[in-house]
Every structure is written in structure tokens, then in C-alpha cells.
Write a new protein. Structure first.
Length: 319
């Protein structure tokens, strides 16, 4: 179990507070919904990996306070950063050996797990290539292999599919599903709503750092309307949401001009909440000088979590 107790990080940037409490069952995929750049997603990863230390409060792993002086707890966590963080002149075998030696792993164990992980990620045919000659997708997979070498219980990924082409992203999705099936807990930040809708079975929406709603993607979509009619207007595209196909078709038939009927997505939920927040005169990005993780609890045996910062300004009764 991972817990945060009134953890607080002062920062000169404009981060939103982030406070929530809850738990997750084994082998569920969970998505913590989010907002704009600078919302604090990377800060969350940095705090949970001790790259940053909370100014106040504490983070606990299995009831024990996590800190830089607790290597026994830190060994349970591996991090895959948003930026590529590997030497360009090393090949895959050298990258893996270097990582293993940093953790004082026996050479035989490093060699065995390297074979196993490179094969699992489909990288064995490219093991002698230097990092600078790898594609972006291969680099991401190699970073996953490196992170898994020490057999962590928690894997932190900061936007692992950013900049990937469609095929590489789908391959990464499949890899994450397989890892989740191996009872590995994954905390993932992402900007892609379709990624969350494809991978997760629960979504959490936050408003100014407070957890407003936890539901399945289907449940959140149903709360907005299962069907969407997109209408082209002089002011731009406008979306209308309906709970039944018959209602949507009836409305569509009454419109003039270019219109389309489609199924609602999580992206519509996100944009709809933001639009309603704007209509309610709630600021989407009120500047603050601190970042908070308040009383957050997560059971971490074989779950996948998606942090996307802050939903921001969800009007009461919207969901």
C-alpha cells in the first residue's frame, strides 16, 4: 500500500493541489484523470520516487516512511522518466549490465534477467545496437526492461508514449497490459484520453486537488451521454450529448448544415467538464505556489494508475 499524509511541496511554478483518498483491488487498471501541462503530474512521480522530497507531510510504503535513506523501500520502486535517460554509446546489454551493477546484482542474475526481459519486449534481435541507433519505441521498451531488471513492485512511468507513432503506442499498451497481468503495480501519467479509455477500468476525476468522482470509463461517459452530435456553427464546432441513439438522431434531423453523430469518448467528458467550468466562471488554471498530496492511499498489488494532473473546475452536479 502507498499512502501520502498531507504531503506538501513548495514550488515556484504554478502547480495545482492534488489530494485524494481511495484504494484499488488487485489487477484493476485505474486512471486518475487530469488536466493541462504544469498540473503536477511529473511532480507526483518525483515525490513518489524521492527525486523530490515533500516540504511537509510524508509518503509511506507499506506503513513505513519513504525517504532517500530507505534503500529497502526504494528498491520496490522503479521509474521511467519522460526524457530518454540512457547513454547513447552503450548497447542494450551494456545498459542492462550497468543498471544491475548499480544495484549490486550478481552477474549471472543480470545476464539471466536481461535475456528474459529483452525477449519479453521483443528486443533480442537488436541487443547489440547502440542507443543512438534505436527508434523511439525501442528506446522506451529498453527503459522498461531496465526498470524491471531489479524486480520492482511499483513502476512509475511519466508519459511513456509521448512522441510515439501509433504503432509504437499500441505496442506499449500491450506491454503494459502484460506487465499488469504479472501483478506489477503501474503508476502512469499520460495526456492521451484514448489511452486511458483503452487501458483502464476505473477513472478518477479531480477538482482543484480534490477527488470528485471515481467511476468506470463507461460510467463517466454515460453520465455525460452515450451519443454525441457535433454541429458546425459560425463560432466553431459545438457538441451535444444524448443518452439514447434515438434522441441523438431526432436532434440531428432538426439541424441544418454539417453535423455528425458518433459515440461519446472520455475526451468529451474531459472537454465537457472544462467547458462547464468556464461557463460557471471557475478558473481553469488558478496560480498557486505549492503542490499537495493529501491523505492519499493506494493498494499497489498489481494495479495500474494513470495520473493526468488535475481535471480542474468541475461544477457540482456535472457528474
Amino acid at each position: 500500500m502507498i499512502e501520502t499524509k498531507k504531503s506538501h511541496k513548495k514550488n515556484f511554478d504554478s502547480f495545482y493541489g492534488c489530494g485524494f483518498s481511495g484504494s484499488s483491488h488487485r489487477n484493476r487498471l485505474n486512471f486518475w484523470s487530469a488536466g493541462p501541462n504544469g498540473a503536477g503530474k511529473t511532480t507526483t512521480i518525483s515525490l513518489l520516487s524521492t527525486l523530490l522530497l515533500p516540504t511537509e507531510g510524508e509518503i509511506l510504503i507499506d506503513g513505513q516512511t519513504l525517504g532517500r535513506n530507505r534503500p529497502d523501500l526504494k528498491r520496490k520502486i522503479s521509474v521511467i522518466t519522460q526524457e530518454y535517460s540512457m547513454r547513447q554509446d552503450m548497447n542494450m546489454d551494456e545498459i542492462m549490465e550497468y543498471q544491475g551493477r548499480l544495484y549490486f546484482m550478481p552477474r549471472k542474475e543480470i545476464k539471466r534477467k536481461t535475456e528474459e526481459l529483452l525477449d519479453f519486449c521483443g528486443l533480442l534481435p537488436f541487443r547489440k545496437r547502440t542507443v543512438r541507433k534505436l527508434s523511439g519505441g525501442m528506446k522506451r521498451k529498453l527503459m522498461v526492461c531496465r526498470a524491471l531488471l531489479t524486480s520492482p513492485e511499483i513502476l512509475l512511468l511519466d508519459e511513456p508514449t509521448a512522441g510515439m507513432d501509433a504503432l509504437s503506442r499500441r505496442q506499449m499498451w500491450n506491454l503494459l497490459r502484460q506487465l499488469n497481468g504479472k501483478n506489477l503495480t503501474i503508476l502512469l501519467t499520460t495526456h492521451y484520453m484514448e489511452e486511458a479509455q483503452s487501458l483502464c477500468n476505473r477513472v478518477a476525476l479531480m477538482d482543484h486537488g480534490k477527488l470528485e468522482e471515481i467511476n468506470t470509463p463507461s460510467g463517466l461517459i454515460d453520465s455525460l451521454g452515450r451519443y454525441t452530435v457535433d454541429q458546425e456553427t459560425p463560432e466553431g464546432a459545438k457538441s451535444h450529448y444524448f443518452h439514447s441513439r434515438e434522441e441523438a438522431i431526432s436532434f440531428l434531423s432538426s439541424l441544418d448544415g454539417q453535423c455528425t453523430l458518433r459515440e461519446t469518448t472520455l475526451e468529451d467528458v474531459f472537454c465537457g467538464a472544462r467547458r462547464q467550468a468556464s461557463d460557471a466562471a471557475i478558473s481553469w488554471r488558478q496560480p498557486q505556489l505549492s503542490y499537495n498530496l493529501t491523505e492519499w492511499t493506494m493498494n499497489y498489488h498489481g494495479n495500474t494508475y494513470y495520473f493526468m494532473g488535475k481535471m480542474g473546475g468541475i461544477p457540482k452536479g456535472f457528474l
